[in-house]
Ligand binder design. Structure first.
Ligand code: DGL
Length: 274
């Protein structure tokens, strides 16, 4: 069991920000990453579709033999965490609860901003998790859909990133928030721009980083650490691998080895063969 991999899935390449944190904190662990690049983005899809895709992704990873499942995608975590926790025979964690906990731990003003995809914002998943922990906290949610293509195009240091951040977040200055949660996989790449927009005193919570700590805690509690050797990462994508290679490599800061493309037929076969 200890030698099994950690499985992670995301709508596409954005979850590499979460993988980067998991890899840094758990360097001995093998990771199998599933990016649903053929069906990305999830952030403007219905809850029903997002849940269906999450179940398929989880099932695929289960066929590979994993000891822990991390839902790296915020939109999927918003809708599919509970059903996957009920249905999967292994521990399952999402990115929202760890991010919410860290926000609650850090706010002194009791005013927290959450930035995410439209679907995550509509789900109110962050609001509910934060207010469950501390009902006094006021949550300011903002959907920032243009941040995803800006990151994927590698424009995080361009004026377009600064202007977009100003447009989405400018009105949060003076709102009294002292914490902002990056509730979408791609946003950590824009951390510098977000800080420039909101000022240096803002605490920026990276849900992926908190999720990596949660993964560490679970493996520790269940005595599931892989104790020997360096972990390997294996990637599966549902469309051709080129752009995943390019953007994923950029986010991770290294060339990706072992990216396999699942053509739709193989993918269905893997899912539905007994
Ligand atoms: N991975 C998604 C998330 O964290 C962002 C990209 C998408 O919309 O699919 O919500």
């Amino acid at each position: 069991m200890q030698k099994l991999a950690i499985g992670m899935f995301d709508s596409g390449v954005g979850g590499m920000t979460v993988l980067k944190e998991v890899k840094a904190l758990l360097p001995h662990e093998h990771i199998i990453y599933f990016g649903d690049t053929a069906r990305v983005p999830y952030g403007n899809k219905s809850p029903q579709m997002v849940t269906k895709y999450a179940l398929e992704s989880a099932l695929f990873l289960l066929t590979k033999g994993i000891k822990l499942l991390i839902i790296a995608c915020n939109t999927s975590s918003a809708f599919a965490l509970q059903i996957l926790q009920r249905k999967m025979p292994i521990p399952v964690i999402g990115v929202i609860v760890p991010g919410a906990k860290e926000a609650v731990r850090n706010t002194k003003s009791c005013k927290v901003a959450v930035i995410a995809t439209r679907t995550t914002v509509k789900s109110m998943a962050y609001d509910k998790s934060i207010r469950k922990l501390d009902p006094r906290i006021e949550v300011f949610s903002r959907a920032c859909p243009l941040f995803v293509p800006i990151v994927e195009e590698g424009l995080e240091n361009d004026d377009i990133a600064r202007l977009t951040a100003e447009k989405y977040l400018g009105d949060l200055r003076g709102s009294g928030i002292d914490v902002i949660v990056m509730g979408c996989t791609h946003y950590p790449v824009l951390e510098d721009v977000i800080r420039q927009t909101l000022g240096k005193d803002i605490k920026i919570v990276h849900s992926g980083k908190e999720t990596a700590k949660e993964a560490w805690t679970i493996l520790n509690e269940k005595n599931l650490f892989n104790k020997r050797g360096r972990g390997k990462c294996e990637y599966f994508v549902t469309d051709t691998p080129e752009s995943f290679h390019e953007i994923g490599g950029r986010i991770l800061g290294e060339t990706l080895a072992h990216v396999k493309s699942l053509k739709s037929l193989d993918y269905q076969d893997l899912l539905f063969s007994s």
